[in-house]
Design a protein around this ligand. Structure first.
Ligand code: BMA
Length: 341
């Protein structure tokens, strides 16, 4: 069905999507999707692709391209595979990586989902070269995923955004650590909405937040259950630069969702799932790399300043009122009009 285009289009799909798929792989695989992305010092775009083998278990494989669009050089064998002996929590695979370059360590942090016997959890590994990896192990126990590290310390501590699941739903949280291994000061930062909303009940961080002068521009996904399966769509939120647990703005409408056939049909229908982006030489263009229908890798381009402008006109702060969690009491107090007694 033709989509109604009367709304602002914030991400333009590359017209030769998908850019990578199973048939491009140098060894037999089922699917390739949900890649992390970064730009290396020499300007090369590196994708750390989630590859699902024909047992159903995922590993990571690196693809490199000079222009970030085509002529991908794919590692001839898996780059990072589950290390079950040292890390039994990786027994059913490693999934959905997010890369953050950490200037203080001159290393890349890869935060990824491990599929353990107890369910999905969050693990972290460090690398300088995407050939060897230093695993720090499981940092968030199941059920938790959709995690990424901020690139520098906040008030002396590292900050991780992640998505634990509890009986009250699946919401986004932030946690802090002095050493990347021990995490605490957990805070709920963005709640899934309720009822019929596109982002009701289950949300999660998509790629790592984008640091801008106005705050951490954050693309997140919302999962809507329907009679024919879940619909994965993307929305926007902005968090305070100094206090990243404070949400400043949240868009009401989703900004990107499955429309094209490669997003509508695959191993899991109706999924767009970005885990990474690169920023163009202009400092504004965002190249968003995403999985289509859990089967292929696609590219869409947007503009950071345009996303911020959209958020200012389409974003709201009203969502805070729906919180019964006691979040932001000082803001609530300002918002709520108390009748004269
Ligand atoms: C999520 C993650 C993603 C996947 C999506 C749709 O829970 O596991 O890896 O793309 O489901 O299947």
């Amino acid at each position: 069905m033709e989509a109604n285009r009367s709304y602002p289009v914030l991400f333009d799909r590359y017209d030769r999507n998908p850019i990578l798929q199973a048939k491009d792989w140098p060894y037999p695989v089922n699917t390739v999707f949900n890649p992390a992305a970064t730009r290396l010092a020499d300007g090369t775009t590196l994708l750390l692709c989630r590859v699902e083998d024909r047992r159903g278990i995922s590993h990571f494989c690196v693809a490199r391209s000079v222009n970030g669009v085509d002529n991908w050089q794919i590692d001839h064998q898996p780059t990072m595979v589950p290390d079950i002996d040292a890390h039994p929590e990786e027994i059913w695979g490693i999934e959905d990586p997010r890369i953050t370059y950490i200037p203080e360590m001159d290393q890349y942090a890869i935060v990824y989902t491990v599929y353990s016997l107890g369910g999905p959890g969050v693990a972290i590994a460090l690398t300088k070269d995407f050939h060897s990896f230093e695993r720090l192990g499981l940092i968030m126990s199941p059920d938790d995923k959709d995690a990424a590290l901020l690139p520098h310390r906040i008030g002396g501590h590292w900050a991780l955004i992640h998505r634990p699941v509890g009986p009250q739903g699946a919401h986004m949280w932030i946690s802090y650590s002095p050493d990347l291994r021990h995490w605490g000061s957990h805070k709920l930062i963005l709640e899934a909405r309720r009822g019929a909303w596109w982002d009701a009940n289950k949300i999660g961080l998509s790629p790592p937040p984008i640091e801008t002068d106005e705050g951490w521009l954050t693309i997140y996904h919302g999962v809507r259950p329907t009679a024919s399966g879940s619909l994965y769509r993307l929305g926007l939120a902005l968090f305070d630069k100094e206090v990243p647990e404070r949400c400043l703005l949240r868009g009401d409408e989703w900004i990107f969702g499955p429309e094209e056939r490669y997003e509508r049909e695959g191993d899991v229908n109706n999924v767009v799932f970005p885990c990474g982006y690169t920023i163009g030489a202009d400092g504004d263009t965002i190249n968003l790399y995403y999985g289509g229908a859990d089967s292929c890798i696609c590219l869409a381009r947007g503009s950071i300043s345009r996303l911020l402008r959209w958020l200012k006109t389409h974003g709201s702060t009203h969502f805070r009122r729906w919180s019964d969690s006691g979040l932001y009491p000082e803001l609530l107090a300002d918002d709520v009009v108390i009748p004269n007694e």
